[in-house]
Write a protein that binds this ligand. Structure first.
Ligand SMILES: N[C@@H](CCC(=O)N[C@@H](CS)C(=O)NCC(=O)O)C(=O)O
Length: 206
């Protein structure tokens, strides 16, 4: 049975949801960023980290989601088998890793983005991050018009990937998702899923 190392509210929520959708046994282990327990399996001290029974370790959310979808074709979470389906899945996975996730870093960790330790410099970095996040969610919103899922092949690991980031945007953008109604609708569909509620309850348990 695979073990997922996750942190509360982090991007590891995505593979956590995917594992629950798949329905095969797995273990979910809550860790703190940079803790010894996490560093022992992932030298980056980051989540998500997935470990298989034989000790094989996989990091990077996009790779973990792709692996889980391929390992469990019966769960039909890959978004389709065609060459273009796969390319679209890759495209959107890269979008979330490189464009969306990365745009949150200046908001979460502004000190990493400026050597100026003044409050005004910190605020300027956070504001720049917010603009980037809003831009990415504008793109996602446009894509979602008339769609129930991000991939045209139906519910997929990419929907799971979007969910933690949509939750962050809801909290961190000044107007939440008001300007991104299609993203809000996707959020609401995913949040209403009992499997997702089960995962959220587990992650939020003290
Ligand atoms: N590129 C990595 C990023 C992983 C990552 O940075 N995860 C965050 C949580 S969302 C984390 O563990 N941060 C801790 C840190 O950077 O110290 C991925 O996509 O998995």
């Amino acid at each position: 049975m695979p073990t997922l190392y996750y942190a509360v509210g982090a991007c590891s929520l995505a593979p956590h949801i995917a594992l629950e959708w798949i329905g095969a046994p797995y273990e979910a282990v809550r860790v703190q960023f940079g803790s010894d327990e996490l560093l022992a399996v992932n030298p980056a001290g980051a989540v998500p980290t997935l470990q298989e029974n034989d000790g094989w370790l996989l990091t990077q959310a996009g790779a973990i989601l792709d692996y889980l979808a391929s390992k469990h074709p019966e769960a039909r979470l890959a978004g389709g088998d065609g060459v273009r389906d796969k390319a679209e899945a890759h495209r959107w996975s890269a979008f979330f890793t490189s464009d969306v996730h990365a745009s949150f870093w200046p908001i979460f960790m502004p000190d990493r983005y400026t050597s100026d330790r003044t409050e005004s410099a910190r605020r300027a970095v956070v504001e720049a991050g917010r603009k980037l996040v809003a831009k990415q969610f504008g793109l996602l919103n446009r894509h979602l018009a008339g769609r129930e899922h991000i991939l045209d092949g139906g519910r997929s690991v990419i929907d799971a990937y979007s969910f933690p980031m949509i939750r962050w945007a809801k909290k961190l953008l000044p107007d939440g998702l008001k300007e991104h109604p299609h993203v809000q609708a996707l959020h609401d569909r995913i949040a209403a899923d009992p499997a997702v509620q089960k995962v959220l309850a587990r992650e939020e348990r003290r």
